[in-house]
Each structure stands twice: as structure tokens, then as C-alpha cells.
Design a binder for this molecule. Structure first.
Ligand code: GAL
Length: 710
């Protein structure tokens, strides 16, 4: 082993020694005989791979018996990779403790809500609150760091894998009580926050409190919410303990972990983002028809967590995606197209799970960069082609900030609270609401940021607030001041309903946002069947939903702003317009100063407001009290001033701007040829583009534009 010294930078958010974009994936050499390793590294070189995550599930190989380490094989792997020019994102293997661990420490195995103690046999069998697991984790992290601190291949630390394991054991219960003491201060405050007067749940001693274990009927929603918050913090504590050791021994090496998406993940990435040197995410779209939109969604979310700074796509699938009821092979071209989407939206590269598809084991059917067929395969050829392309983007480096005029608020705690079982409609789902908001923007060709409430929103022309069920007073004030200063806020139903303890705000919904929206909602009427909404004031009846945006625009904005009645609760002229449908949800709204943009037609709410707009200060706050389809939603946004995109439908444009340069990423998600107005140099082909960029079906381009391009 040779050793290197790299000067410490102020920020260490770039894998050490990797200048351009990162390209590679999880590499699990412990699954293969050594002769395969040489072929692996040769293939990696050919494919332009420059970074691999090693050892993420290798604990039983690294520490076959408690305290006895076997590093010989890993030494050889790291040396080989280094010789091949591949950097290593070295993982601490704590997501998969070895068989001996559970036998030695049965109390550290996780307990499910129903009291079942899980056993070794899969992965993630541990409780982050169990002292033996905490100690073993830090020990193995220290052993790795001591061994490899000076290894030249070491580019980054990858702590654990996809934090998200729930445990309801006694260790977790004790730690939960400590956390609750710190959060609530006193039992009185906790009893009040959890509304324990209901069903005789009042706690007289801390020892009486437990995690939300299996119980007879509905659990206490505030307890469940606090438990998820606690789990996020407990896991963060586990991460921090390892990070401290890695930082102490390798101060120049960035440390990260990979965030997962999903309702099962009790991790609040907003809280974690400041603890990782480079935000890293895994992404597996689960709907083939929406895969491109879901990719943009995940990438925008990751950039939000990273505060607009570069982040890294740590995992995606190369071939078959191991998810859903039916595995799905990525169609030709999608590996590159999705990777470029992530890079356009701020990823510092494209990484995969995993390098070589396993021949056995639980995930043997998950695709690999080298599939079961070997390198002579369509998938590997696409991997090689992409690897040859990415260095052409090297000049783009940091790439400048992604430019977005619209933000969507993202609040995992509202998501968690809405997962509770006893809500007025099980069809009101946080993720659906947020994904729809993003999808509508994406299809309209508008790039969105995700923002954390409350936060600085002044950079955005428009902010969407989907299903922000929990809203603190600070969030309500923050949104009001955004609108006062000229912003356009679009709030959708079931926002602002509860406080941070998941208690309903009284006096009419949506409690926290009532004044800002200029309305008061008396009751909710979840819908079984769609309801018609009557749009106001057009004299051009239309039979296509695509006309809705135009009709609404005529009535709400632009030169016709004077047509819109003020905030006296009067209507936009009524009755002659086409209708749109509302689904899932409806509300009995009384306008308290808001103009009515659409009314319910028929049923118990006939003639009452469904969509409203309230002027507040220099801005406007729009409220959608029912679920619209995507076209109608887009119509509302266009009417409210959403900037129009120059892109043809199905073409994704992302603009990046830095000091002295700007770039346009153009990605064609259609099966037709497309044209986009652009001038500059195509970095991928080196060709000049003079006014018109032509994109092949599924094609993409990255254009360096003259800096003064508007
Ligand atoms: C990820 C996980 C990987 C692998 C992959 C495919 O969520 O981090 O280890 O399991 O999914 O299922």
C-alpha cells in the first residue's frame, strides 16, 4: 500500500481524487472468486468506472468472529481497484451484522410492533438503540478506518446502507423515553401534546410510555408521529458515532450515507442533510409509465435536501428493476437518459446497484452493470457507452445552480402523520399529492425546487403547498409573508390542518392558513364519486380539458386581471364555462374575502366555492379544495402565472448557470424527433448548435450556451 496526503479543503463534498462526474456502483467482490476481480477491474476501466462502493454488506467476511478481522482480501481488492484507476467509496458494513452477532447479543436483534423478535437471515437485523450494536458498529468502523486511512483508493466513506430499520424493543423504549423527555420537558406537556385524555392514556410516570407496539385498536397518532421522529434521530445518532471515528482518522475524506425513498423510511432527510458531506440518494422508479417523471422528482428532492448544492445518485438499477409485483427491464436507452436526468438536476454522477449481478442470494434477480449474460450484452454495452460519454461533461464540473422559479414544499412529518390509519379518507395520500404537484410542473416543462417549511421562499415566483397537513405557526407566518411580498401560493386540500403535535387547529379548517387563504372550511366531504366543478365566465364552451387552462387564464390573470373581482368574496362572472371534475375530497367552504374561481356543481355543495383566490399584500394565495386531474391542475397554475416553457411536450429542459457559463440539458422522452431552440456547443458531440437543437427519439444533449443567453 502506498500512502498519499491531500490537503484538507474547507468543504469535503467531493469524493477524493475524482475530478469529473462519478461513475460506478456497489461492488461486492466478496461474492466472487478472486479471478473474477481482475476481469471486473479490466471491465470497469473499459467502461470508464471511477468510483465503486465496496464492502457495504461484507461484515461477516471482514469480521468472521467477534474481534478477529480478515482484511487480506479487502487489501487486495483496494489495491487492484487503485491500480485500475478506480476510487473506492468504502462502506461500513453495519447494515448487515454477521450471524455471530445475533447469537452473542440477542437483545440487539430488532423487535417488530407485535413483539416478534426477528432473527438473522436477511439484512438489517439490529436495533440502533441497542448498546452492543452501537459498540460493534463503531468498532468495525474504527477497524476499517485504521486499516485504510492512508490507502490511495479511499475516496469517500459510505456509512451503513439506507437507514430505515424500525425496532420496538426495550432498548428502543428506553431511548424513546429519553428523547421524549428532551422534546416535551415534562409529562404534563407530553400528555397535552398527545391528547392522552382520550381513551384513558394519561401517563403518570415516564416508565409507562412505550413505542407504539401492537395494540387492540387505533394507536395514538401523536405517539406514532413522535416515534418516527425519534427513530430518525436515533439512527442519526448511530450514523454520527461512526462519522466521528471516520472524521478523526481521515479528516480529508468525505462521509455520507445513502438516503432511501419510501413511506417505510423513518428518516427526515432535512435533519440529516447537514450531517453528510455529500447528500447521496438511491432511486428506483416504481411505475414504468411514470419513470422519467419519478426520476426528475427524486432528483429535485435530493437537490432540495442538499440545499441546491451538488449531490450524488448512489444507486439506480442498470437492468431489471427489483421492485413491484413484476420485475421490469429498463428499455434500451433508459440507463443513459435517466442518468442524464439526475446529472442535469444536480447529481455529481451516476452510480448503480450493483456492478455484477449476483448469481445467488436474495437479490440475484436485480440487474447489474454486468448482467448474468456477462459483458457481451445489451445492458453492459449501454453501460460502456454511458461511461465514455460522461467525461465529455467534465468541463461542466460543478455545473452551476439549477435554475428554478417554482418550489414545492416537502415535509416528511406531514407524510408520516398522514400515514395514520383513522383519517377521513384513505385516498388522501401525501406522496400522491406531492408527486402530482411535481408531475404537473414537470409536464409543463417547469423545473421545481423542493423547499423545507418554514424557509426562505423569496427566490420563487410560485410555491406549491400539497397536503401540508402539519403546519406550525412559524410555517403559517412564513407563507403569509411570502405572499405579502408578491409570491403566488397554491395550497391544496388537507394543508394547515394540524399543529406539530398532530392536533387539529380549531375554529374552521385549514386552521393555520385560513386567514391567508381568505376562507373558512366548516366540514370535509370525502368523495366516493367525482363531482363536477363549474368554471366561471367563458363564453367559449370547450369540449377538451386542454382548453381549461386557456379559459382560466383569460379569467384570472394577465391583461384581464381587472376582470377578476377583488377580495370581497364576489365571484368571477359565472355559469357559462366548461366544467372540470374534482375527485377524492370536497369541502364546505365559506369565502372570507377570497374570490371564487370554481364552484361545486350538484350534490350537497352545489354552488359553493371549490377553488378560491385571495389577494394578500402584493401576492395571491390560491386554494384547491378537491383533487383535480393533471390538466386542470396545470390550468390553474398557468392561470395563476406559471411561466410557460419553450419545450415541446415530452422534452425536458434544465438550465444550469454558474459564474461565467451556463448550460442547457435537453432530454427527449418521446419516441419522436424533437426540436428545441438553442445555441452554443453540444458538449457530448462537440458540434456547434446554431439556433435549433435536434433531438433523436430518446436522445439528449448538453449545450454550453453563450453566457448572456436569456
Ligand atoms: C437498495 C439497497 C441495495 C439493494 C437495492 C436493490 O434499496 O440499498 O442494497 O438492495 O435496493 O434492491
Amino acid at each position: 500500500m502506498t500512502s498519499i496526503r491531500i490537503r484538507r479543503r474547507d468543504t469535503i463534498d467531493r469524493p477524493r481524487g475524482i475530478g469529473g462526474l462519478c461513475y460506478g456502483g456497489d461492488y461486492n467482490p466478496e461474492q466472487w472468486p478472486e479471478e473474477v476481480w481482475r476481469e471486473d477491474v479490466a471491465l470497469m476501466r473499459e467502461a470508464g468506472v471511477n468510483l465503486v462502493t465496496v464492502g457495504v454488506f461484507a461484515w461477516s467476511r471482514l469480521e468472521p468472529e467477534p474481534g478477529r478481522y480478515d482484511f487480506g482480501w479487502l487489501d487486495r481488492v483496494l489495491d487492484l481497484l487503485h491500480t485500475g484507476g478506480v476510487g473506492v467509496c468504502l462502506a461500513t458494513p453495519t447494515a448487515s451484522p454477521p450471524p455471530w452477532f445475533g447469537l452473542a447479543h440477542p437483545d440487539a436483534l430488532p423487535v417488530s410492533a407485535d413483539g416478534t423478535r426477528l432473527t438473522h437471515g436477511s439484512r438489517d437485523t439490529y436495533c440502533v438503540c441497542a448498546p452492543p450494536y452501537q459498540e460493534a458498529s463503531v468498532r468495525v468502523a474504527r477497524a476499517l478506518a485504521e486499516r485504510y486511512r492512508d490507502h490511495p483508493a479511499l475516496a469517500m466513506w459510505h456509512v451503513h446502507n439506507e437507514y430505515g430499520t424500525w425496532c420496538h424493543c426495550d432498548h428502543a423504549a428506553a431511548a424513546f423515553r429519553d428523547w421524549l423527555r428532551a422534546r416535551h420537558g415534562s409529562l404534563d406537556a407530553l400528555n397535552d401534546a398527545w391528547t392522552t385524555a382520550f381513551w384513558s392514556q394519561r401517563y403518570a410516570r415516564w416508565e409507562e410510555i412505550a413505542p407504539p407496539r401492537a395494540t387492540r385498536y387505533l394507536p395514538n397518532p401523536s405517539q406514532v408521529l413522535d416515534f418516527r421522529r425519534f427513530l430518525s434521530d436515533a439512527m442519526l445518532g448511530h450514523y454520527r458515532a461512526q462519522k466521528a471515528v471516520l472524521r478523526e482518522l481521515t479528516p480529508d475524506v468525505p462521509v455520507t450515507t445513502n438516503f432511501a425513498f419510501g413511506g417505510w423510511v423513518p428518516v427526515n432527510p432535512w435533519e440529516w442533510a447537514g450531517e453528510v458531506d455529500l447528500v447521496a440518494v438511491d432511486h428506483y422508479p416504481d411505475d414504468p409509465a411514470q419513470a422519467a417523471g419519478q426520476t426528475a422528482f427524486a432528483a429535485d428532492l435530493a437537490r432540495g435536501w442538499a440545499g441546491g448544492r451538488p449531490w450524488l445518485l448512489m444507486e439506480q438499477a442498470a437492468g431489471i428493476v427489483y421492485t413491484g409485483p413484476r420485475m421490469r427491464a429498463k428499455p434500451p436507452g433508459e440507463i443513459a437518459l435517466h442518468s442524464l436526468q439526475h446529472i442535469a438536476r444536480g447529481s455529481r454522477g451516476a452510480m448503480f446497484f450493483q456492478w455484477r449481478a449476483s448469481r445467488g442470494g436474495a437479490e440475484m434477480w436485480h440487474g447489474g452493470m454486468v448482467p448474468h449474460a456477462g459483458p457481451d450484452s445489451r445492458v453492459h454495452r449501454e453501460i460502456r457507452d454511458l461511461g465514455r460519454l460522461l467525461p465529455r461533461l467534465a468541463e461542466y464540473g460543478e455545473g452551476g445552480a439549477v435554475q428554478a422559479d417554482v418550489a414545492i414544499l416537502w415535509d416528511p412529518e406531514s407524510w408520516w402523520a398522514l400515514e395514520s390509519p383513522a383519517f377521513p379518507s384513505s385516498e388522501v395520500r401525501y406522496l400522491d399529492a406531492v408527486q402530482q404537484a411535481h408531475r404537473v410542473l414537470w409536464r409543463s416543462g417547469v423545473t421545481a425546487d423542493f423547499a423545507r417549511p418554514p424557509g426562505d421562499l423569496s427566490a420563487y415566483q410560485m410555491v406549491l403547498v400539497p397536503a401540508l397537513y402539519l403546519a406550525s405557526g412559524a410555517t403559517a407566518r412564513n407563507l403569509a409573508s411570502y405572499v405579502e411580498q408578491g409570491g403566488t401560493l397554491v395550497v391544496s386540500f388537507f394543508s394547515g390542518i394540524a399543529d406539530e403535535h398532530a392536533r387539529v387547529r380549531l375554529g374552521g379548517y385549514p386552521g393555520a392558513l385560513r386567514d391567508l387563504l381568505g376562507i373558512r372550511v366548516e366540514e370535509f366531504l370525502p368523495l366516493e364519486e367525482p363531482v363536477r366543478l363549474r368554471l366561471p365566465g367563458t363564453h367559449q364552451p370547450s369540449d377538451t380539458s386542454n382548453d381549461v387552462p386557456r379559459n382560466m387564464r383569460e379569467n384570472i390573470t394577465g391583461d384581464t386581471a381587472q376582470d377578476v373581482p377583488g377580495n370581497a368574496g364576489e365571484d368571477v362572472p359565472d355559469d357559462t364555462g366548461p366544467g372540470i371534475a374534482g375527485t377524492i375530497w370536497s369541502e364546505r367552504i365559506e369565502s372570507r374575502g377570497a374570490a371564487v374561481l370554481a364552484r361545486y356543481e350538484g350534490g350537497p355543495l352545489d354552488g359553493l366555492p371549490a377553488i378560491t383566490r385571495h389577494s394578500h399584500g402584493a401576492g395571491q394565495a390560491i386554494y384547491l379544495s378537491t383533487r383535480l386531474d393533471d390538466d386542470a391542475y396545470a390550468g390553474i397554475l398557468a392561470a395563476a402565472g406559471l411561466p410557460a416553457s419553450p419545450a415541446p411536450a415530452g422534452v425536458e429542459l434544465v438550465r444550469r448557470g454558474g459564474e461565467g457559463a451556463s448550460w442547457l440539458f435537453a432530454l427527449n422522452h418521446t419516441s419522436e424527433r424533437q426540436e428545441v431552440k438553442a445555441s452554443g456547443t453540444d458538449l457530448l458531440t462537440g458540434s456547434p448548435i446554431d439556433g435549433i437543437l435536434r433531438l433523436a427519439p430518446g436522445g439528449f444533449a448538453v449545450i454550453r450556451m453563450p453566457h448572456d443567453t436569456p
